[in-house]
Design a protein around this ligand. Structure first.
Ligand code: FDA
Length: 384
């Protein structure tokens, strides 16, 4: 069969791209290796799909070229996607920090995309694991199907248990496109060495500020039996590099000098009890013990100042991350230097496109990655 475009991958980006191109009159074939479309959409946001973020500005995306995402994100915004959601009568709510979720189920988002694909006459073929693409005489051929345009929308290798692979990179390399080394993003960090004692706090969480270099996030952190997780840590993990440190402020917003001042107010007070006013009991006990401070009156002001500094900048040296198995996204990917930021088309291979997570653009936690999938999908869909 001959088509105007073949899209590889019926995930968020591929379905959006197909719907837009189909509704523009293009004959579109989508090939999907799984037995149903949009599997990651279905499990996202705890089954409610955090489908966008009202704060989806380009500075909330990581890429070797931080300017690349600007054009697509400006032309298809969170409000545009929200308008689509509302047009389809899907009830939604804002949770926190601009994160928008379905009231009902992530299935509604997949159904919405499928309805728009149907409206555009898109042909979707599931259980089609693409391994080879031939390219000759200006056409891309996959088995008996061919088209003058091909879109790589096969995502990244995060959560291989769900069938995710690095196929996008393999294919891009075969076409001579550079790939920025992929690594796990939005992923729990593991602790070893001296930090290993914190694993005993498994299950304890607290609102903290997590820092890595100049970047910081104020959200919840969670201790796990392997290390650190929770939104603040997942966010900072995208900025962390092996060998680097992550600092946690356990008492965000506390005034400088609060601990010596607490001693003057009540020398018989215990650090553990003071911490307990802000932190869960087990965490307060561990931190006080690690600071080697009990009754404040028995500690020098210098020791209290040192403990205060430590509590607001507790250095962890993660010995790794939980890897692609647990990573919500993949950092790196097809180099943006190879692509047009307007259309997502490869500069060096005519009518080859790459969109979504396959590309070296990765958002923060909280709906940013779907917004990139929608925006890049629309950019390519309008160019096909
Ligand atoms: P996506 O992975 O969605 O789709 C790629 C498709 O290509 C898949 O259907 C795959 O089967 C198919 N494919 C792969 N290889 C193929 C081949 N060789 N041949 C044919 N088909 C092939 N983001 C967010 O913004 N809000 C959220 O709530 C969440 N929640 C979330 C939870 C969990 C557990 C994970 C793992 C991830 C999230 N994310 C998220 C991230 C989000 O799911 C992700 O960024 C998008 O799904 C990326 O969309 P893509 O279409 O690029 O890839």
């Amino acid at each position: 069969m001959q088509y105007d475009a073949i899209i590889l991958g019926a995930g968020a980006a591929g379905l959006m791209c197909a719907a837009v191109a189909g509704q523009r009159g293009r004959r579109v074939l989508v090939l999907e290796r799984a037995s149903e479309p949009g599997k990651k959409i279905l499990i996202s946001g705890g089954g409610r799909c955090n489908f966008t973020n009202l704060g989806a500005a380009p500075d909330r995306y990581l890429s070797a070229n931080p300017h690349f995402a600007k054009s697509a994100l400006a032309r298809y915004t969170a409000h545009d996607f929200l308008a689509l959601v509302e047009k389809h009568g899907i009830a939604w709510h804002e949770k926190t920090l601009g994160q928008l979720f379905c009231d009902g189920s992530a299935r509604q988002i997949v159904a919405m995309l499928m309805a728009d694909c149907a409206r555009g006459g898109v042909e979707l073929r599931c259980d089609s694991n693409v391994a080879e693409v031939e390219h000759a005489d200006g056409r891309f051929r996959i088995g008996d199907d061919s088209a003058p345009a091909l879109v790589i929308a096969t995502g990244g290798p995060s959560v291989p248990k769900m069938g995710a692979t690095g196929f996008a990179y393999e294919l891009a390399r075969r076409f001579g496109l550079k790939v920025v080394e992929p690594r796990p993003g939005l992923v729990p960090l593991t602790l070893g060495g001296e930090d290993v004692l914190f694993r005993e706090l498994s299950g304890v969480s607290a609102e903290v500020v997590a820092h890595c270099g100049k970047t910081s996030f104020r959200e919840a952190a969670l201790f796990t039996h392997r290390g650190l997780s929770g939104p603040a840590v997942l966010q900072i993990s995208s900025y962390w590099r092996p060998g680097g440190e992550v600092a946690i402020d356990f008492l965000p917003g506390s005034d400088a000098g609060w601990l010596p001042a607490a001693k003057r107010a009540d020398p018989r007070a215990h650090l553990r009890a003071l911490l307990r006013a802000h932190l869960p009991e087990r965490l307060a006990a561990t931190l006080a013990e690690r600071c080697s401070i009990g009754e404040l009156g028995r500690a020098s002001d210098k020791a209290l100042a040192a403990a205060e500094a430590r509590l607001s900048h507790w250095r962890f040296h993660p010995n790794g991350s939980e890897g692609f198995a647990k990573a919500e996204v993949t950092l790196g990917g097809i180099s943006t230097a190879e692509l047009s930021s307007q259309t997502m088309a490869a500069k060096r291979v005519r009518d080859l496109y790459a969109i979504g997570e396959a590309v070296d653009v990765t958002g923060w936690l909280g709906g940013y990655n779907f917004q990139w999938a929608w925006a890049s999908g629309v950019a390519a869909g309008e160019a096909l």
